[in-house]
Design a protein around this ligand. Structure first.
Ligand code: BGC
Length: 755
């Protein structure tokens, strides 16, 4: 399509009307010019394609589709290829259904376990979230279908989601809340970005120029379309020049008319409308040139893939006495409603109408020695004596009890936040009572976000299954019996209790103001710095085999920040089973002017090893791995100094550690004033040069004077003297020794600045 030509043939009214959807899921057609409508659908872990009676909360039915493991689960796979494979399948399904864009991935950071929508998000770690987003987008778009990475930005709570103002400092945004979007935009080039409901630092995301144009387009080079989250538009006229191209779903034409009027009255330029309308046409054009509605959609094959990947997402949290894997022939009590009716996805816009759901009991069908007991109900938290008694009885007669527990739908969902992270009382009591009847308890959890585990001592083995998609039952069986060796790792920290979480004091905000007061110290960045015990750390995940790490090698012990550093490590499977492990690479700045975490994930690799096999894993670290966001430079900056390079099994289990000195090649500009203190002056090359003669004079004088008496020497120690000096401003010369006037000090400051 010749977009400029089409635009030139359109009336202003037609162009304005293109800036909002025709209905819940379609763009508007311009029949006169042969431009068809384009359909999009949620996302992100399968298709929620609805007809005209659409809604954005997953209320009305959508077509039958395949529900893949949700983002909380796929992030635990730490497997880029697995996520790409899901993306490819979703893309193919979209082609089959003639959809232009799928609304996802959702990459908001898990600031608190309370966020009702955490199940749809990847991680508390921006690097991991970014890698997962890039993989999913790559996969979908390889099929000629667009994605809409969402919700841009800083939408880490559901509480007051349409009115809340996320107040976040520049460095925290750049280091924590932006990178997943940034990486995706730069590397995977999503066709579209969806702005969030919330305000960011006082301005609605949907009309935030700094966000939608400054950061997204000017800094990161985004050249696709920005659409609003469903109903996120406040002032549509302000949104157009800010960079919001498409309002979704629609305003019944009323906002289009406001835009039209603003152009007519000269409050908005026609060029701004052309830019936005041009981007809508560009998206439709991409759809038209890539559509392949004859693409087959093999749901059974996708179900099998969903099962394989769900198994590789499961995290073995604990495994005492080699409780797992289970062995065929063991007498098993399988307990818990979720064993027969799994919770495998979350509520809201991502809710898929699965064509088939496979429970653990389905997967175990025909296997001898299995007794099932429901154990609890999901409608009430109250322990049900009869159900518990039945479960206890089953456990008492079994070799092992497998309890499938977790969070019922009402405990976490899009649209509202959790108020606590406890499991339902009936489930906790069930676990405790079953453990009394049979000490060999295995707990499998289906939940979208961390829970407290006061019952942990009652279970010898625990699997975190997250919300594993429609094939979760088969996947659970595969992991329990060791057909698949567990290889997932936690993409988030599990705190001992909610109150430990760094955002606990301010999460949710006061009224509409949500200050992200913990700054960059989100998740393990906080727990590690505080040396706080957690229930399970970020990156934790066991296997039925063991892995040894050796020979951490760095390509240099000193680099400049413009050089790359190669890091390699040998990993050996020291157990008796084949297995996969996630090699995690962390970097930490040993000393820095700004507050930084002890370590941050900078790369990872998931590798597969036969028993006894060794593989060398090699990573390449570039400037960004060492840099922090400097708010004076408004750029990434490496402060010269030593950095730790660590290989971990989790953020708390560091297997190998080394160090590299990185020399920063940028300088942070400094403007000296009479108020600048000597501590800062002495770090500045120009200031040191200009002040050198003065400093020499001071040294001589100090030597000459010494302390007048022993008592004086005690009252003013050398350390104190030094500190008093370093913390004094340049203008101290005016008030203390009166060696200069204020004007002379100002002249000195100017001299340094001009040196
Ligand atoms: C959600 C989006 C979703 C949209 C359309 C909104 O409520 O926040 O993630 O894509 O609805 O259903």
């Amino acid at each position: 399509m010749d977009i400029q030509k089409v635009l030139s043939e359109m009336t202003l009214e037609e162009k304005c009307s293109l800036l909002s959807g025709a209905d819940f899921w379609h763009t508007k057609a311009v029949e006169r010019l042969g431009i068809p409508a384009m359909m999009m659908s949620d996302g992100p872990h399968g298709l929620r394609k609805q007809d005209q009676t659409g809604d954005h909360l997953g209320i009305n039915d959508s077509i039958k589709a395949v529900c893949f493991p949700t983002a909380c689960a796929t992030a635990a796979s730490f497997d880029r290829e697995a996520v790409r494979a899901i993306g490819r399948e979703i893309g193919a399904a979209c082609q089959h259904e003639d959809l232009g864009v799928i609304l996802g991935p959702a990459v908001n950071i898990k600031r608190s376990p309370l966020c009702g929508r955490n199940f749809e998000y990847f991680s508390e770690d921006p690097y991991l979230a970014g890698e997962m987003a890039v993989s999913l987008i790559d996969g979908v778009q390889s099929q000629g279908v667009g994605t809409s990475i969402k919700h841009f930005a800083a939408n880490s709570q559901e509480h007051r989601r349409m009115s809340s103002d996320s107040v976040i400092d520049e460095r925290t945004l750049r280091e924590i809340y932006f990178p997943a979007f940034e990486q995706a935009v730069k590397r995977a080039k999503p066709w579209t970005v969806m702005c969030s409901y919330n305000k960011l630092n006082g301005t609605h995301a949907s009309q935030n120029r700094e966000l939608l144009t400054g950061v997204l387009r000017e800094d990161w080079g985004f050249d696709g379309l920005v659409m609003s989250d469903w109903g996120a538009v406040s002032d549509r006229v302000a949104g157009v020049p800010a960079g919001l191209d498409l309002e979704m779903p629609s305003s019944g034409g009323s906002n289009d008319r406001r835009v039209l009027q603003a152009v007519r009255e000269g409050r908005l330029s026609e060029e701004a409308v052309d830019v936005a309308a041009g981007r809508v046409l560009q998206m439709v054009d991409r759809y038209l040139t890539s559509r392949r509605p004859d693409t087959p959609w093999d749901m059974e094959a996708q179900h099998a893939l969903a099962r394989r990947i769900a198994a590789e997402c499961m995290v073995l949290l604990k495994n005492e006495d080699d409780m797992l894997p289970l062995h065929e022939g063991e007498k098993l009590a399988v307990i818990g409603r979720f064993a027969a009716h799994p919770r495998f996805q979350g509520g809201g816009s991502s809710h898929i109408n699965s064509f088939r759901v496979e429970s653990l009991m389905d997967a175990l069908q025909g296997m001898p020695g299995i007794t099932y007991a429901q154990g609890y109900d999901v409608k009430s938290e109250e322990p049900d004596e009869a159900l518990i008694a039945e479960a206890v009885e089953a456990a008492a007669h079994a070799d092992k009890a497998v309890i499938v527990a977790g969070l019922p739908d009402s405990f976490e969902s899009e649209g509202y936040d959790r108020t606590h992270i406890r499991m339902p009382r009936c489930q906790v009591e069930l676990i405790e009572r079953v453990a009394k009847a049979n000490p060999n308890v295995v707990v499998v959890l289906y939940n979208g976000s961390p829970v407290e585990m006061p019952w942990l001592h009652c279970a010898k083995a625990v699997i975190e299954g997250y919300l594993g998609g429609q094939a979760v039952g088969g996947a659970t069986k595969d992991v329990l019996f060791g057909t698949v060796n567990p290889c997932g790792c936690l993409p988030e920290s599990f705190p001992i209790k909610l109150e430990d979480n760094p955002s606990y004091l301010t999460y949710g905000g006061e009224g509409d103001v949500a200050v992200y007061a913990e700054g960059v110290f989100v998740g393990y960045r906080y727990y590690d710095k505080k040396k706080m015990d957690v229930l399970f750390p970020f990156g934790h995940g066991l296997s039925y085999t063991t892995f040894a790490y050796a020979n951490l090698r760095l390509s240099a012990d000193r680099i400049r920040d413009t050089d790359a550093l190669t890091v390699s490590v040998d990993v050996t499977n020291t157990g008796k089973r084949a297995g996969k492990t996630v090699v995690q690479l962390y970097v930490g700045d040993k000393e820095c002017e700004v507050f930084r975490p002890v370590r941050e994930l900078k790369d990872f690799a998931k590798i597969s090893l036969e028993p006894g096999e060794t593989k060398t894993v090699t990573f390449t670290l570039e400037k960004r791995a060492f840099a922090y966001w400097n708010v004076k430079l408004h750029d990434w900056f490496v402060e010269s100094g030593a950095f730790t390079v660590e290989i971990g099994r989790s953020s708390r289990d560091i297997a190998l550690s080394s160090e590299v000195y990185v020399e920063g090649t940028q300088t942070v500009p400094m403007t000296v004033t009479p108020d600048t203190i000597y501590l800062d002056l002495m770090k500045n090359e120009k200031a040191r040069r200009v002040l050198a003669p003065m400093m020499e004079k001071k040294r001589l004088l100090d030597n000459e004077n010494g302390s007048s008496s022993e008592a004086a020497a005690e009252a003013i120690t050398d350390e104190m003297n030094e500190a008093m000096f370093l913390y004094s401003p340049l203008r101290a010369m005016v008030s203390f020794d009166q060696s200069m006037t204020y004007d002379e000090v100002q002249a000195l400051a100017d001299e340094i600045n001009n040196a």
